[in-house]
Design a protein around this ligand. Structure first.
Ligand SMILES: [Mg+2]
Length: 339
């Protein structure tokens, strides 16, 4: 029987392991990856500490902002800590790991004390929106006012601070929902169906208490029309995920099946594909995710988050846990939500 204890720690460490493994392959095509690392790509984390990238750094920023904010969570309690954490990340000397340009530009504007709706990059749906959302999915239900609705609002809001496109919001919500589903013991066979059901149910739900007037910055007639655009793109990529799972070609580059992952809905789907190809082999799953032509570190980080949530901390080698960068901060956050 699987040991599924410490799912939150498993998620956060898995995310960091995927990020560290994919960091070496992010800007390489598959032929070059194989030439450099062998047919299965990088097999081990490199360095001590094994360095992660902006994906893990921003995940810690989101998680630590959630930790610091007053409860119950609201726009008023969360905006300050989240803005501050993003600005600190942006200005940190350790922010030198090929960060996304949208995050940098938005964080520079967030520092100017203008409304966040004016700071965000309204046309961006880059995967920066959801590569960092896992902590929101780990928030325990029923505590601190966390419900399915407030979790969705928080997931979309943390994305919206930098990425204002509706698909960035929907994909971040969907990613957090998948983490929450796995954290509550959801089985993997029916997971894609449950994700589609959730996406359909949210299609016209605009979280005004979190997003305010953001929708007015797009060329749409109503908040419902705005958010439906995002969910429709997510539903489209979920159909591609279904087709890829049916075809089950584990040897082909997953990016050819569900997308390169530079954009949020594709990062979600390609990461989910790698996880669902190997639900009980977490290391194989993140290795598969790293041998991709697209945004390998973000794909692998989400694959690691899904696998670690599903299997718990014991799924990962203890030697990796000792060696990964930011291990103390990851452990502190994980312990908070493993109780
Ligand atoms: Mg990165």
């Amino acid at each position: 029987m699987l040991d599924v204890q410490q799912r939150a720690s498993g998620c956060l460490f898995g995310l960091a392991f995927g990020d560290a493994l994919g960091a070496a392959t992010e800007f390489l095509d598959v032929a070059t990856i194989i030439q450099r690392f062998g047919p299965k790509g990088p097999q081990d984390l490199s360095g001590n500490p094994a360095r992660v990238t902006d994906d893990t750094q921003m995940t810690l920023a989101v998680g630590e902002a959630l930790m610091q904010a007053e409860r119950p969570y609201s726009l008023q309690s969360l905006e300050g800590p989240l803005r501050a954490a993003f600005i600190v990340w942006n200005e940190s000397p350790e922010n030198n790991r090929a960060p996304g340009i949208t995050c940098i530009n938005a964080c520079n504007r967030l520092k100017q004390d203008i409304p966040w709706q004016e700071a965000t990059v309204t046309r961006s749906k880059g995967c920066g929106a959801n590569m960092r959302v896992a902590p929101v999915g780990l928030l325990p239900w029923g505590r601190d006012g966390v419900s399915e609705k407030s979790r969705a609002g928080i997931a979309q809001f943390q994305a919206a601070l930098t990425h204002g496109h509706p698909t960035a919001l929907a994909a971040a919500d969907l990613t957090a929902h998948a983490i929450a589903d796995l954290a509550s013991g959801g089985d993997v066979a029916e997971l894609p169906d449950r994700l589609k059901e959730y996406a359909h149910s949210q299609r016209f739900v605009y979280h005004e208490e979190w997003l305010g007037t953001l929708w007015q910055r797009a060329y749409v007639d109503s908040p419902e029309e705005f958010i439906a655009r995002g969910w429709d793109e997510c539903l489209n990529v979920l159909d591609r995920l279904d087709a890829a799972l049916l075809h089950a070609d584990r040897d082909a580059d997953p990016c050819l099946q569900t997308g390169d992952g530079w954009i949020a809905e594709e990062a979600f789907a390609t990461a989910m594909l790698c996880f669902l190809f190997y639900p009980d082999e977490p290391i194989t799953a993140i290795q598969r995710a790293a041998v991709t032509k697209g945004d390998s570190d973000s794909i692998a980080c989400l694959t690691g988050a899904f696998a670690g949530t599903y299997l718990g901390l014991s799924a990962w080698p203890s030697e990796w846990i000792q060696r990964i960068e930011y291990r103390e901060r990851l452990a502190q956050l994980g312990a908070l939500w493993d109780k």
